[in-house]
Design a protein around this ligand. Structure first.
Ligand SMILES: C[S@@+](CC[C@H](N)C(=O)[O-])C[C@H]1O[C@@H](n2cnc3c(N)ncnc32)[C@H](O)[C@@H]1O
Length: 208
């Protein structure tokens, strides 16, 4: 596992008593991520800071309810959040078979009984119950992501999307979709500044 970033000290603070599971997830992803096509070869030196800690920043925003993660891929942020928030239930929605296989195997290996994996595109997912919140990271621009994900939410449910530095432009470009979905409490928050090496922006909005 040469080249894997050393665990930043703040990791233990963010994960608390769940840190051992976060270590196992990160080690498993470092070992298998590239060969299974989950992460690129350049990600090992920043696996903790750019991916794992960055995903964990969303944990305090979640309710102790039913949270969907659309386009989970390697489990970012879905598996990380399921580790950090054992009091919430997670539905990981991912269409690609090999990624679904990884998500199922890894949730089982880590003993995460708060995780369900659904193989589907978000727009085709037929869930047993509507979701309280939906997360997504690096899936698509807001203008596409909003119409795909709002139907998965219950009334009062919330979108919590991890976004890059250009999120404000994305919000402007998605004005029509935001209006059409009648989203309320629309805002962008910066998380983790001064706490983690790579802070993240989140787009939050509520379905009426
Ligand atoms: C760039 S990857 C990001 C994966 C992960 N969220 C991360 O941050 O590393 C995008 C993921 O979204 C999935 N995806 C693309 N379109 C989707 C859709 N319509 N519904 C659900 N997942 C989708 C892809 O299969 C892929 O796993």
């Amino acid at each position: 596992m040469s080249g894997l970033e050393a665990e930043p000290a703040v990791a233990a603070q963010l994960f608390g008593e769940r840190i051992e599971l976060a270590r196992r997830f990160t080690a498993d992803l470092a070992r298998e991520g590239e060969t299974r096509g989950l992460i690129g070869p350049l990600e090992l030196p920043r696996l903790w800071s750019r991916h794992v800690l960055n995903s964990a920043l969303v944990a305090p925003l979640l309710r102790a309810g039913r949270v969907g993660d659309v386009g989970s891929g390697a489990g970012l942020p879905g598996l990380v959040l399921a580790i950090a928030r054992p009091d919430a239930r997670f539905v990981l929605i991912e269409p690609m078979e090999r990624r679904v296989d990884w998500l199922v195997e890894e949730a089982e290996a880590l003993g995460l009984d708060n995780v369900e994996v659904v193989r589907a595109r978000a727009e085709e997912a037929r869930l047993a119950e509507p979701l309280d919140q939906v997360t997504a990271r690096a899936v698509s621009a807001l203008s596409k992501l909003i119409p795909l994900t709002v139907p998965l939410l219950r009334s009062g449910g919330e979108l919590v999307f991890m976004k890059g530095a250009r999120v404000d432009d994305e919000v402007i470009a998605a004005e029509k979709q935001i209006r059409k979905a009648r989203l309320t409490d629309v805002r962008v928050e910066l998380l983790g500044e001064g706490v983690v090496p790579e802070p993240t922006r989140v787009f939050r909005a509520t379905r009426p």
